[in-house]
Design a protein around this ligand. Sequence first.
Ligand SMILES: [Zn+2]
Length: 274
Amino acid sequence: MGGGRDFTGQTIYKRVNGRYIRQVPYKKDILQISSLEITDSYKVDTSKKQITINNISKTKNFSQLESELEKTFGYVEITQQLRKYGNFELVKSGMVAVERMTKLFPMLKNSGLIMRMDGGSREAISGIDFDNNLHFYYNFFKKDNPESIFGNGKYHPKNFSYEQVIAHELGHKLELIFLQKVYPKVTDRQLKALFQTHEGFTYISKVMYQKLYNKGYRGHATEMMKAVSGYAKKNWAEFGAEAIGDVYSNGSKASSVSQLFVLTLLEEFDKLNN
Ligand SMILES: [Zn+2]
């Protein structure tokens, strides 16, 4: 992309043949453009009213939680370490995301999960890996008030919660499922390589960017990423997972970029099924 226009409307300068030339600010911002696009075709209703949370919120211990999760995910294992050191109520609050996410993205059903407690880094809360392990990091659970780190809305989308964290991780799972559908014949090793280069969400993001381009957007991809969250700038895999977390928590009040990403993801899944 040639540099130049900035959708925030700030005047910026572009270097041309050794001279700086003032650029005309780009008037229409990315959010307005994508809002126009999604009001017509955006069909996912993520409001909490629409999705009743029945079973998981009623569970009282890890064994009950495990058997409820198995109804959705097939085989589920909650490791002894997680049972011993995990804060049950906190884990359960995250698992509510499993029910809601599976209603939004039915392709998550029967994917099987192993939930385990690990050391983790100082900042990380959780993670998911290629072998379906959902990692709960001990350092986070060890904090006196772990949920106090949520809610500033800068590094992560607004209304950040443990639920949103798990929705984010399941977003990565969707990326893997998408890749498996696009490349049904590759080996596990090749698939892992594709996943590690974030091919799945890179693909969706390119389709999404093209939609915005067709509407007149000429900004940089990083500006598009920033409209979702600070962390979304890290790479396309995090961009996608953050957009999913944003739509999960904020529904139609999520960043329009996040909503357009989710819409595009669902459309691309539909294409693969037809
Ligand atoms: Zn992530």
